[in-house]
Ligand binder design. Structure first.
Ligand SMILES: C[S@@+](CC[C@H](N)C(=O)[O-])C[C@H]1O[C@@H](n2cnc3c(N)ncnc32)[C@H](O)[C@@H]1O
Length: 261
């Protein structure tokens, strides 16, 4: 899906509520996979069946259909749009870092809601700024600085820090999720490592009243991470937007108001 044209289209706010009858009505997929996609299937036949079921569900998914109509690069756009409808994180003039940004649908929502490219910010202040990072290449989005690299590498985190030029960040988004191997303990450890790195980045670069919105998976390491967030931020909330499939272990944590170290 080509979606480099967020400006001038229907605002994502309205598009954040596609005419969903019930996402739950779709056939459930096994837990654990990214976005509910089966992580591992046992035999060739069952693998074929579960892939078929995933494809069927995907093409019939109202969020997938709405994303296609709207020009979003993935249905994930609605997860951020729905959270932002509730929490109003995307305010004019802010600086946003989007970790794990590819293919770019969250970035598209950010760009739409911050009116990137629509001139100076409120009161003539500099316009909002968005930096998107992913290990994968990502098609350009006008007004967005894109960094390609593995966030686990110090050199990549340093490139991101350098791009900020000392500017503090209002909002760190992390939708990063590792490729799943199907080996539960290894996948949990990989995920938790990414959560820790995103938290470390947010603590180092967020404004005191800044926020971190991060995707996590319920299961191993989840409650420890929530506790860690609570130690470092004044407010921590759990968000499971309607577009996040109920059967998926993914959930979002919103941490706001960094505590003094
Ligand atoms: C669920 S997708 C993000 C979807 C994105 N928010 C969107 O709306 O289009 C997870 C992303 O995390 C990225 N990712 C995983 N491990 C990463 C790492 N070590 N460094 C940077 N990005 C990573 C993946 O490449 C993938 O694009």
């Amino acid at each position: 899906m080509s979606a480099d044209k967020p400006a001038g289209k229907k605002p994502a706010k309205a598009a954040g509520k596609p005419p969903v009858k019930s996402a739950k009505a779709a056939r459930p997929a096994p837990k654990g996979g990214v976005d509910g996609r089966p992580a591992v299937a046992k035999g060739a036949k069952s693998k074929h069946r579960s892939n078929r079921a995933w494809i069927d569900r995907h093409v019939n998914d109202p969020y997938v259909q709405a994303a296609t109509r709207h020009g979003y690069r993935s249905r994930a756009a609605y997860k951020l749009a729905e959270i932002d409808d509730k929490d109003r994180l995307l305010r004019p003039g802010i600086t946003v870092v989007d970790l794990g940004a590819a293919p770019g649908s969250w970035t598209q929502v950010v760009v739409e809601r911050l009116r990137i490219g629509a001139g100076p910010g409120p009161g003539g202040r500099p316009p909002a700024r968005v930096i998107a990072l992913d290990i994968l290449p990502m098609d350009p989005i006008p007004g967005v600085e894109i960094i390609q690299g593995d966030f686990r590498e110090e050199a990549v985190a340093a490139r991101l820090a350098a791009a900020l030029q000392g500017e503090q960040v209002d909002l760190v988004l992390s939708d990063m999720a590792p490729n799943l191997s199907g080996i539960g303990a290894a996948d949990a450890a990989r995920s938790a490592h990414l959560w820790d790195l995103a938290l470390e980045f947010a603590l180092a670069h967020c404004k005191p009243d800044g926020a971190l919105l991060i995707k996590v998976f319920q299961g191993s390491g989840y409650s420890q991470f929530v506790e860690q967030l609570k130690r470092r931020f004044g407010r921590v909330a759990v968000r499971k937007p309607p577009s996040s499939r109920q059967e998926s272990a993914e959930t979002y944590l919103l941490a706001q108001g960094r505590k003094a170290a």
